[in-house]
Ligand binder design. Sequence first.
Ligand code: FAD
Length: 558
Amino acid sequence: MALMLDANVTSNLVPSVNWDTLNSSVSGRLFQYAPFARACFEDAEGVVGTYDVNACAFAQAHYSDGQYRDTIPSSYQGLQWETCPSKGESCLLDWTNPLNEAAFDAPKTCHQGSIPTYFLDVQTATDVQNAFKFSVETGVNLVVKNTGHEFQGRSARPGSLALWTKNLQKIEYEPAWIPTGCEDTAPRTVVRLGPGITFSDLYAFGEANNITLPGGSTPSVSATGGYVLGGGHGSLSNTAGLGTDRALEFTIVVPTGDVLTANACQNTDLYFALRGGGGGTFGVVMETVTLALPRTPIHVITLDGLSSDTDTTKAFWKVLVDNSLEWANAGWGGVAGATSLQYVNPLPITEEEARTSMQPLTEFAAQLNLTVGQEQYDSFALFYQQVLEPLYAISGFPLSTVSRLLPAKNFETSTSREELLEALLNASANHSLTYVFATTPYAYKADNLTSLTPAWRDSLLLIEVLDTLEYNATASEQKTVIEGLSKSMDYLRNITPDSGTYFSESDLYEPEFENSFWGANYERLAEIKVKYDPLHILDCWHCVGWKGRSDEAYSCYP
Ligand SMILES: Cc1cc2nc3c(=O)[nH]c(=O)nc-3n(C[C@H](O)[C@H](O)[C@H](O)COP(=O)(O)OP(=O)(O)OC[C@H]3O[C@@H](n4cnc5c(N)ncnc54)[C@H](O)[C@@H]3O)c2cc1C
């Protein structure tokens, strides 16, 4: 089996490693892959002549196409993870204008950056077992890469071998499923998903099978992968729970080489760890069984066209803060920004009840001569396809984020609500984007087999503040942006001292991250990590048991 070598991917090769042996053991599915935009550069890693006019035009045209990016192993949706900022090495186009030649004109050179040197197109558990064995024998570092949506760069790593799971595309409907080894459990309707299945695939499959499959916003994100392993919130989470809550069974290859089934009846420690302990840490998940709901109509409330001036934002967010508790109890969930809102309610309430419940928003909008849209859709998937998908379809730009879960107790009195509103406005001031996510599982009755911070359970909102980065931002410029976001989030951290945040969408420099992501569950997670990965083959940024900032793996981090 010939190893697919790319002459322009030479930067990070580990010397004296017999890649051919690994390649033979995985049926020739080991390959190298150059950066997305390499064809626009005349020079790649010192090799001249890589410019290709047609291939460059294609890369430019698809630069922010998340679904196309998903299919490219070397592509990361947060572009900074394709680069090595600390060495000033990258191969990016100007995402604000991919035609901008200043990004790639000579003497600019294309570098592999933090993109893994090799990829293994994972098809079978044996592939993963061989890769683990290879890593132990050679010292080559591994990373698990799926769609590349990770905000913290956990699926990138310079010089590594990536276990690429995007081509695990199983999607099966099982109307009367019983967990393996739980024979006395009542059958449930589920779907069995490979990590390569995205939200776009998921919603279409739910429609075709007359079921509801809750999920997140951006169509190109994996419906299981890092989403489920780290938490997974979406517009239905208030009543349907997080992605983690709905995962009933995992098939996983752990670093000891065992292929295990983890559910509520067997390997329960691993089941607990995979339900919120984070991706890329405990093994490679090959399949996830997730719980379906019947297909039901939903009420939808939308508001658009708000001005982004401070007074309007303050008045708008005051309505959200004042009503979040009542709305969560009534079954509403969704997303708002500074200028728009899309909320849904899947409970069997009447149109009149929906209208009454949203009266404060309607009155607010009327003062601005705006109208709140109220509609019923036959299913969440139809609403997603028609409304949310077009709003969230783009991807492929460098983005930094910070977030905080806001507990219900901060919404209880008018004084605490005022304090919260001020903190929210301060946290969001001078940043590119703020999301007010009413996507916490507040009205959902969870089991106690998840490892997320319990702060998710009694919080009403997840606040996320984001900044985009320039395509050519230096490490120090990136650091300034990240520190600025972190400082702003202190306004909310200070008034929510016992809360935490979402592992997958947090501050890159999250303070006391173990407590923030997992709270009191961390200690148990750390023990489980040692049990299933005793040689510490898998490591990632701010993951359970990570090796720390000074490890060579993080030398590119700003
Ligand atoms: C544009 C955008 C929109 C988003 N929208 C939402 C949203 O609506 N709701 C929400 O909750 N989150 C959202 N996220 C966050 C997203 O859920 C996380 O970034 C998630 O980790 C992505 O997982 P992935 O597998 O798709 O990506 P990857 O970057 O490929 O992987 C992410 C992490 O999971 C690990 N991993 C992936 N596959 C496996 C596997 N098979 N086995 C073991 N580990 C694995 C990787 O090692 C890595 O640590 C969004 C992110 C972006 C960039």
